[in-house]
Design a protein. Structure first.
Length: 131
């Protein structure tokens, strides 16, 4: 929608109304709300997206050993939703850093190759140790 976030949000919400389990729309609503400084409103959408993604993890998947690969395009909305969820907790301030770290650690059990999240986790640990 070429920068028209309101129109994009309306479209994604319409998609969610017709298909509540459409994970990419849930993630995109959460991301748009986060961009517009509404993390508390974004969190339920992102929680739903993460829950839907986790429900699709196959039986026998070993967290911390098996991987949800980024290069499979169908995995990306789920992985982004997890990252956006952690980001929302960070946006809420210092009192939510532990919740953000828990979320990022959970994401890394699915996709340990995520260099950006790994770097962010290390940086958050370093900052919390230097307080």
């Amino acid at each position: 929608y070429d920068g028209d976030d309101d129109k994009a949000l309306e479209t994604y919400l319409d998609l969610i109304d017709s298909c509540p389990e459409y994970l990419p729309a849930l993630n995109n609503v959460g991301a748009l709300l986060r961009i517009h400084d509404q993390p508390l409103v974004a969190i339920p959408f992102l929680h739903n997206a993460v829950a839907i993604g986790l429900a699709c993890v196959p039986d026998g998947f070993i967290f911390g050993t098996d991987r949800i690969a980024w290069h499979w395009e169908d995995n990306r909305a789920f992985l982004r939703a997890y990252e956006n969820l952690g980001g929302c907790f960070l946006d809420l301030g210092a009192s939510h850093v532990d919740k953000a770290l828990d979320t990022f650690h959970q994401l890394l059990t699915l996709n340990p190759d995520d260099c950006g999240v790994s770097y962010l986790v290390r940086k958050l640990h370093f900052l919390s140790e230097t307080k």
